[in-house]
Design a protein around this ligand. Structure first.
Ligand SMILES: [Zn+2]
Length: 75
């Protein structure tokens, strides 16, 4: 049995400060039903080949999860 359903930890702090800031600000909270409330205590991980950043909503403290979409376009 492999651990293919396991989360693979990634290093959120390896991202640039600008990028970290953007992820922490651009959030969606299921509990508050509002965007951009912000999150705290971010953890980055890979799950089923996709990358997520999970933290806590800075308003209600419920888990707030953002999927990282790899955008190759630099605009
Ligand atoms: Zn919330």
């Amino acid at each position: 049995m492999s651990d293919e359903n396991e989360r693979i930890a990634r290093d959120f702090s390896a991202r640039s400060a600008e990028e970290q800031q953007a992820f922490l600000e651009n959030t969606w909270c299921n509990q508050c039903q509002q965007v951009d409330l912000g999150m705290v205590e971010p953890i980055e991980y890979e799950f089923l080949g996709r990358i997520f950043i999970e933290g806590k909503c800075s308003v209600c403290g419920e888990p707030s999860i953002t999927e990282v979409v790899d955008d190759e376009d630099d605009d």
